[in-house]
Design a protein around this ligand. Structure first.
Ligand code: PMV
Length: 327
């Protein structure tokens, strides 16, 4: 018997970051987060349960999955098998139309697409909370990519994560903002998010301060996000990203995701802002800089950031939809 389903999901960029886990086994976040799902990049994942396969077979971007990616995917597939009673192996083909694992949230779109494709291939019609739990087994930020637009993922208090379910604050068509991404390096990041968070938790003297600050940032950010007040939200977004990196930089040994071009782009952002342009930067576990700005200013930001020496490519993004399933 063969059962197959396809799903398409987009990356999301955190405006208020998740950095740290409250439960490693269940992959539950120590902080709530706020994000914007993008539109111009996507992961397409097809899952087929086949009883003629000797074992699970995973092909990511045309190549056999790395042991680390393999382990994450299997966690999601095993959970789908538990929920559905299916015992056969699965074949997974997943393709990103953007670079994998370079601080561009490919794990979020990949795991959101996998959760939906695998559960539908297994004949399950899951609610959002259960899908979020599935996606989270692969990546903590993945539940946010299930939804479009401006998304809040609460930290939750429930030990099983039942209240760690994403909520859409505004669908993509209501959010008049753009995100300009300046790519400052190629290839996978040196330290993945899971290891980076854990290293930070265990060795940064600022970890507890980060958790406190992040909770306060999120509280305020939710008010401004609901009001779509970019001038109030932007400075919080920027400060929150720098606080996350400050906490990671203080780990021992330090965790530094930036390169020289990252700093040059930061300088340029400040120069442009002083000249009156509205836009605020955020940086994930990688060297790229993303600027949140009014949609009508995205072109101006993109042109200016493309001129910074060392910037490889600049991409303009607008808010995009949540995960989409196909048969
Ligand atoms: O979901 P992960 O394990 O890829 O971690 C995401 C970490 C950050 O991108 C740095 C922050 C976030 O909230 O997306």
């Amino acid at each position: 018997m063969t059962r197959s389903a396809l799903a398409v999901a987009r990356p999301n960029i955190a405006l208020i970051k998740y950095w740290g886990k409250r439960d490693r086994d269940r992959n539950l976040p120590a902080t709530g987060s706020l994000s914007l799902t993008l539109s111009g990049m996507s992961t397409r994942t097809r899952v087929t349960f086949r009883d003629d396969l000797p074992q699970d077979h995973l092909v990511l971007d045309g190549q056999l999955a790395s042991p680390e990616a393999h382990a994450r995917v299997i966690r999601v597939l095993d959970q789908v098998r538990r929920l559905s009673g299916i015992t056969t192996p699965a074949e997974v083909f997943s393709d990103n139309d953007f670079p994998t694992a370079a601080g561009l949230a490919s794990s979020a779109s990949g795991m959101a697409a996998l959760a939906v494709a695998a559960s539908r291939a297994a004949g399950l019609d899951l609610d959002l909370g259960t899908l979020a739990g599935l996606a989270r087994m692969g990546s903590g930020s993945a539940p946010r990519s299930l939804l479009g637009g401006l998304v809040w993922l609460p930290r939750g208090e429930d030990p099983e994560g039942l209240d760690c379910v994403p909520q859409c604050l505004h669908p993509p068509e209501e959010v008049p903002w753009g995100l300009v991404m300046a790519w400052t390096g190629r290839g996978p990041k040196a330290v993945g998010s899971t290891d980076g968070m854990e290293h930070t938790r265990l060795s940064s003297p600022y970890y507890d301060a980060w958790l406190d600050q992040s909770r306060r940032d999120l509280e305020q950010a939710l008010v401004h996000a609901r009001a779509l007040d970019l001038s109030a939200l932007g400075p919080l977004v920027e400060a929150n990203a720098f606080a996350m990196h400050a906490c990671a930089l203080a780990a021992r040994p330090p965790l530094r995701y930036w390169n020289g071009t990252t700093l040059a782009v930061m300088d340029q952002v400040l120069v442009l802002r002083r000249s009156g342009l509205r836009g605020w930067m955020t940086i994930d576990a990688g060297p790229h800089v993303k600027v949140l700005c009014p949609r009508e200013d995205a072109e101006t930001w993109a042109e200016a950031l493309a001129r910074v020496p060392g910037v490889l490519e600049v991409r303009q993004e607008v808010p995009g939809p949540g995960v989409e399933a196909a048969p």
